[in-house]
Write a protein that binds this ligand. Structure first.
Ligand code: GLN
Length: 547
């Protein structure tokens, strides 16, 4: 049975609970333990699939096709453990399960209440797979005291009682604000936050204290005393230059030791930090720099493309260069010539996206990259735009477009080179979808196999002719255009195993131009950069030498 660490937050949100959880996962792995990380989100959406990226940042997709919180991306990037559907849950999902059971009569006519029915549903979720790992790290979204979060806090309190003694600990993140006028760090908000936690029956074993200033020993001792936590378990957490420093920084601060102490695991296995030392060495000592333009729609909020930003960094680490990524609003190219904006970049990336807004600009960016021989990576919508560009400007389908935009506008304006996918094969069964299905969950989601053409650029990059990548889209490039496009030099170098769904396109006579229908960024890790990103940045380095 796994030991459980519950990670909660107080005082303010955005303290980096996800990062602290991910770093703790990495540290426990460094000591030889197996881990799994989970996120419990108090909001009422059933999943983040239909939430705007402006509201919630990117949607992270798992191999088994769940649309989850972006924190699961951090978990994977730090531990390499592939997240599953059962690693993310929201209040909405819990209530929806409970109500569905109630409709089925599963509660045998009982009155349905938060305690025990909702809390039991949460505890059942927590227990899934508890015999598979040494440690289960479960992060509760939001802060202590949030109305939506209460059933989760109650459930983790009960969970600690249900399990044998010493199998469950609680770690709480807080903030120590600094008052410049008096030059003091204040511990009172932390005391109040712990008080709030204790009032609902949870006594934290570990306190992680975020602070912009060094925390004097005296203040640490005060926190330990007033919050009833051992001195060694008051862990300072300072701002970091890069998130990938977190495992080393938390290790120096004693987090992993405090956690093992709390579980009374002794002697603690020695940690092997080589992986993270190498990651930091590559990040801190780049031997050059490349500039990459990301031409997208959600440019105002970096979190909307979190995994892409991280995968680019990893690609840089693979080549020992720093990647300077700049977000450019695609709509600019609908008013202005793309060249003056894009000329100063060594590579162009067009990420995924939904809806028509900005797409004409993305098509212009693809055209610029193709014509000027600038390395281009098109992801999902970015691949679709590259295909539409080729159809219009090379294959003579002047009104080529995507059915997605026609469906949005309610009238037909384009020849659909990218069309709505109505059925596909998953494993050994057929999936069918209609356009007017529910918005949530009508996409081709999760890991699918693609077969690569031997000798193609992508087959060389992957060093394989069969790959598995994660998908999240409704529309597909219509394979009916394959011959016409291939006659113009665009090779369909990756296809679904049945040969019906184009997965990858590339130009052989271009320095580096690849479009992929899937999201490679979701599988990239700092210690294992995704091959497509590593090679894309290698091409950017080459381009930078030509300038
Ligand atoms: N909107 C496109 C589709 O649904 C692309 C999706 C994406 O880029 N993730 O097919």
């Amino acid at each position: 049975m796994a030991r459980y660490v519950f990670i909660t937050g107080g005082v303010v949100s955005s303290l980096g609970k996800g990062l602290a959880s991910a770093a703790l996962g990495a540290l426990l792995q460094a000591r030889g333990f197996s881990v799994r990380l989970r996120k419990l989100d108090p909001y009422l959406n059933v999943d983040p699939g239909t939430m705007s990226p402006f509201e919630h940042g990117e949607v992270f997709v798992t191999d088994d096709g769940a649309e989850t919180d972006l924190d699961l991306g951090h978990y994977e990037r730090f531990t390499g453990v592939a997240a599953r559907k059962t690693d993310s849950v929201s209040s909405g999902r819990i209530y929806s399960n409970v109500l569905e059971k109630e409709r089925r009569g599963a509660y045998l006519g009982k009155t349905i209440q938060v305690i025990p029915h909702v809390t039991n549903e949460i505890k059942d979720f927590l227990a899934i797979g508890d015999d598979e790992v040494d440690f289960m790290l479960c992060e509760i979204g939001g802060t202590v005291g949030d109305i939506e979060g209460l059933p989760f806090f109650e459930a983790i309190r009960q969970f600690g009682q249900d399990r044998p003694r010493g199998q469950v600990i609680y770690m709480h993140l807080t903030l120590l604000p600094y008052l410049a006028a008096s030059g003091e760090l204040k511990t009172k908000p932390t005391q109040h936050s712990v008080k709030e936690l204790r009032s609902i029956g949870i006594a934290p074993d570990i306190l992680v204290c975020r602070s912009e200033h060094p925390i004097p020993e005296k203040e640490r001792a005060k926190i330990a005393l007033f919050c009833n936590v051992r001195l060694d378990a008051v862990i300072p957490a300072y701002d970091l230059k890069t998130i990938y420093e977190a495992p080393l920084a938390y290790h120096r601060a004693g987090l992993d030791r405090a956690v093992l102490d709390a579980f009374q695991i002794s002697p603690a296995p020695r940690p092997d930090m080589a992986r993270w030392e190498d990651v930091m060495d590559r990040l801190q000592n780049p031997e050059g720099e490349v500039r990459v333009a990301i031409v997208g729609k959600y440019v105002r909020l970096e979190d909307a493309y979190k995994s892409i930003a991280e995968a680019l960094t990893h690609g840089g680490m693979a080549n020992r260069v720093k990647v300077r990524a700049e977000w450019i609003d695609a709509e600019i190219f609908e008013r202005e010539d793309a060249a003056p904006h894009l000329e100063r970049f060594h590579a162009i990336l067009v990420p995924g996206g939904f809806g028509e807004r900005g797409t004409e600009g993305k098509i212009k960016a693809a055209q610029f990259a193709r014509e000027k021989g600038v390395p281009y990576l098109g992801i999902c919508l970015g691949m679709q735009m590259a295909v539409i560009e080729a159809a219009r400007n090379l294959a003579g389908v002047s009104d080529a477009g995507s059915e997605e935009f026609d469906n949005e506008a309610g009238k037909k304006r384009f020849t659909p080179v990218v069309y709505h996918l109505k059925e596909w094969v998953q494993g050994n069964h057929k999936v069918e979808r209609r356009l007017d299905d529910d918005k949530g969950g009508t996409m081709r989601l999760g890991a699918y196999t693609a077969v690569l053409t031997p000798g193609s650029r992508v087959a060389g990059i992957y060093g394989a002719t069969e790959i598995e990548e994660r998908h999240r889209h409704r529309y597909e490039v219509d394979v009916a255009y394959r011959q016409r496009l291939e006659a113009c030099g665009m090779e369909f170098s990756g296809m679904s195993p049945d040969g019906r769904l184009p997965e990858i396109i590339e130009y052989r006579d271009h320095p580096w131009f690849i479009g992929v229908q899937f999201h490679p960024e979701l599988k990239s890790k700092p210690f294992a950069p995704h091959p497509l990103f590593a090679d894309f940045i290698r091409a950017a380095v080459e381009a930078s030498r030509l300038v």
